[in-house]
Design a protein around this ligand. Structure first.
Ligand SMILES: [Zn+2]
Length: 276
């Protein structure tokens, strides 16, 4: 054992000597060493204030106001992938700011969260078809697409009493089979052009910037309630989006309202990223 420790010590010394050599013979490069810490500047735990000494200042959330000026542009707000048990959180925010949105809901989620789906409808928002199970449908079997869309419309009809009139493809994945079936079922395909990218792990102000920077008159905002963490971020992003868009002269409305105000008739099977 002693021999082994001795051997290790020798190896360490040789290594240290080699390191120095490299440092000294390094062609004029100055070896960078970590700055020495000055221990006197580091507060000891005793010097830290007691918890009760800290005055907690409750920050008032910035209340965003609608400007007095009449809006000059319109944009639709759409929120995908719900409903979930926590959908009411988004509904509370929308209620607080008096904004109505179009919820592209997943059929099986509607079946599992009928109460939340009902809350969406009762708050004056719109329910639209986002497939039954959120699988890519561009090139899926036409019979499967038809079943998914019809079952979802039936689940929505149970809540609202009416068939949904808009469809959005899961993951915005398109293809000939989807075009064929949506044409047959009389559903236009709704895309988006102001996409928050809130499925990524990004801060609320980044989500808001993604939307605001892409906002156009007649555009369609896409946000999600799919992931619980993202729901919190999306919830925080909403007031930022409202404030910025209102100040820029936008009115934020549902897709149905946007189509009505534009006075256009959407064609089944056709993709709309905005209502121009
Ligand atoms: Zn989706």
């Amino acid at each position: 054992m002693k021999k082994l420790i001795g051997l290790l010590l020798v190896l360490l010394l040789v290594f240290a000597a080699c390191s120095n050599e490299v440092g000294e013979d390094d062609g004029g490069y100055v070896a960078v060493t970590a700055p020495e810490e000055s221990p006197e500047e580091v507060p000891t735990p005793k010097e830290l204030p007691e918890v009760e000494d800290i005055e907690v200042i409750e920050e008032e959330p910035v209340r965003i106001q609608r400007p007095d000026a009449e809006p000059t542009m319109v944009i639709a707000l759409t929120i995908d992938d719900g409903p979930f048990s926590y959908t009411y959180r988004l509904l509370d925010i929308l209620e607080e700011y008096d904004v109505r949105a179009t919820f592209f809901v997943i059929g099986r989620h509607v079946q599992n969260q009928q109460e939340q789906a009902r809350l969406i409808h009762e708050a004056g928002h719109e329910l639209a078809n986002h497939s039954w199970a959120h699988n890519n449908m561009g090139s899926a079997d036409p019979d499967l697409i038809r079943t998914e869309l019809e079952d979802t419309s039936a689940a929505i009809r149970e809540i609202t009493g009416e068939d949904p009139i808009f469809f959005r493809a899961p993951n915005l994945n398109y293809g000939a089979n989807l075009t064929e079936v949506t044409t047959e079922l009389g559903l236009p395909i709704i895309g988006a052009d102001a996409i928050g990218q809130d499925w990524n792990d990004i801060a609320p102000d980044r989500i808001a910037a993604n939307v605001v920077n892409a906002a156009t008159d007649g555009g369609i905002i896409l946000l999600h309630e799919q992931f619980s963490a993202s729901t919190l971020r999306t919830k925080e992003a909403l007031p930022l989006i409202f404030g910025e868009l209102w100040n820029a002269g936008f009115e934020i409305i549902t897709l149905g309202e946007l189509v009505e105000r534009r006075g256009v008739e959407l064609q089944p099977g056709v993709l709309y990223n905005r209502i121009g």
